[in-house]
Design a protein. Sequence first.
Length: 204
Amino acid sequence: MSDSFLYTTPLDPRAKPLIDELIHEYDSRYGTYFNAEGAAAELNRYPPEAFAPPNGNFVLLIRDGETIGGGAFKRYDERTAEFKRIWTRHDLRRQGLARKVLVELESRAARQGYSRIYLTTGFRQPEAVGLYLNYGYTALFDQTVDPEIHRTLPFEKDVSHLAEPELRVLAATGENGKDREFIKGKHHGTDDRFRGDRARQQDR
């Protein structure tokens, strides 16, 4: 038994198990809650090119020739990659595969020049919430209230430490040599960034 990552596109036939199970799972959990046409329409909102280099990527986790997991990211803003489509096969869960996919995506996003990860999950996916919190993601929502109030639950994570040294220097320095506070580990701007992310969610 050997696992390997394959970088490809959502149109690759080997991606079909991932897409099909995502659609089934989202439909079973949410029905038409987020989209009147169901999960397939929601997943198809983004063209395949959004998940292609240089701004994005799409990866499958392959075991003995079978797709058992995967995920993708696309450009959110100049320094932020947005993770999408994170999935592991339902009969292979609780084996650390989702974490394995996260680690791979974070590393790849950093190599493509991103220093921050942004992602969202639905309010009916507590296992995903637990995964992100346990793996160093910061919740950008009030965790003390019913998650359904938020509908979508946003998270962020600083991955600037994963960049190559020369990329890290570039990421840490903005125009006119001014340091970017988030990259230096100062989170004073989280509230403003959160409001911006919320506004974007309304447009997406």
